[in-house]
Design a binder for this molecule. Structure first.
Ligand code: SF4
Ligand code: SF4
Length: 370
């Protein structure tokens, strides 16, 4: 028997107040109602009780704060009033946060994940409101209150071909605001030409030079977990044991679980998917659909997706020849692979280039440490 699902991305709406130029959500006027959310919470709590673990919900969208009054707040209040040991968090674009809402979220024990691309020029180019107008100014007002309540909150950024020349400036801006960590991934679905990729490389290398100088001076710096991971990879890739441990770490069960572990995503209509990225883009015909709150979870569908995942080694769109990760690859994101190539094991070229770029940046940092 596969583990029962006790942790979920609860996709509470397919609507959003922003119109990000790289958005993967198929925005539509579809919300989860409170009864479905309650059913999801009961489903997760029951499974967690049997497994002897704590249930968890991350509210996701679209923009989940559009459902603050109608769903997040009443559900969280009920959960807390009943004393249920839920871990609650929200992934938000931040524009609908207010002091009052943040105060109550904090009191209710919410964790926060903030999606934002950084400095004004980049944020406004990438993440405008519907109908136009940048979102930077509103966020700039909200961030100090967010950081006061969640000092460890990570900024989740996307690097896009048209604005990636401002990446390092955005990282420094985030550091100046008080963020201690960020995460960035390139938009793997856009077209990267030599010019835009070259700009991204320069920006990552500027960050590497900054990290190197901070480390040499024994000073703190704003951290990027994927680059910290690449520093570790650079050592591991040198030995057979290290390569084997990287290959094992890359398997789905050690990442999101691909629907076969404790984690899944629940769509507004109660459909259960292996990944939140599929909730607005696909229906029961998708291999990522693994059941529903009403009909139960299908062990067969969960196993079929895992079987597809393990049916072949991951490989890049353009092959893997000469890639330092060959034989030790993490396989990228199965959902993104599926969107880009229709296969869970074929990685978009931009992702492969990104992995190699981070490794080069890590090696640059290590050179300075002899
Ligand atoms: S905030 Fe998220 S859901 Fe909204 S437009 Fe941007 S990427 Fe899409
Ligand atoms: S990162 Fe891409 S090119 Fe490198 S081994 Fe993995 S799939 Fe192949």
């Amino acid at each position: 028997m596969l583990p029962e699902i006790s942790s979920a991305m609860l996709v509470v709406t397919h609507r959003c107040n922003l119109e990000c130029r790289y958005c993967f959500v198929k925005q539509k006027d579809e919300d989860m109602d409170l009864e479905t959310a309650r059913a999801a919470a009961r489903f997760l709590a029951g499974n967690a009780r049997r497994a002897g673990t704590a249930p968890a919900i991350n509210f996701f969208g679209g923009e989940p704060m559009l459902r603050w009054e109608g769903l997040l707040r009443p559900l969280a209040r009920e959960i807390r009033a009943e004393g249920r040991p839920f871990r609650l968090s929200v992934t938000t674009n931040g524009t609908l946060l207010t002091e009052e809402r943040m105060e109550e979220m904090h009191r209710l024990g919410f964790g926060l994940l903030l999606s934002m691309d950084g400095a004004r020029g980049v944020q406004d180019a990438n993440r405008p409101f519907h109908g136009g107008g940048g979102s930077f100014e509103r966020l700039e007002r909200v961030i100090p209150g967010a950081l006061r309540r969640w000092p460890g909150v990570t900024l989740r950024m996307t690097a896009a071909p048209w604005s990636c020349g401002g990446l390092f400036e955005s990282i420094r801006w985030a550091e100046g605001m008080g963020f201690r960590s960020f995460f960035v991934i390139p938009d793997v679905f856009s077209r990267w030409d030599g010019g835009s990729w070259g700009a991204l490389e320069r920006e990552v290398m500027r960050y590497a030079a900054y990290v190197r100088s901070r480390r040499e001076a024994g000073r703190a710096y704003i951290r990027f977990s994927a680059l910290e991971g690449a520093l570790d990879d650079a050592d591991k890739l040198r030995t057979a044991e290290g390569r084997a441990s990287l290959a094992a770490r890359g398997r789905a069960e050690n990442k999101c679980g691909l629907g076969a572990g404790r984690f899944a995503s629940i769509a507004p209509d109660g459909g259960i998917y292996a990944c939140q990225e599929l909730c607005s883009n696909a229906g029961p015909e998708s291999p990522f659909y693994i059941g529903s709150l009403a009909g139960g979870v299908s062990e067969e569908r969960r196993r079929a997706l895992m079987a597809e995942y393990f049916s072949e080694r991951p490989r890049g769109e353009a092959g893997c020849g000469g890639c330092p990760y060959e034989g030790a690859c993490d396989g990228g994101c199965a959902a993104n692979n599926y969107f880009a190539a229709g296969r869970v094991n074929i990685l978009p070229a931009a992702y492969c280039r990104w992995k190699r770029l981070l490794l080069r940046a890590a090696e640059r940092i290590k050179e300075g440490e002899g």
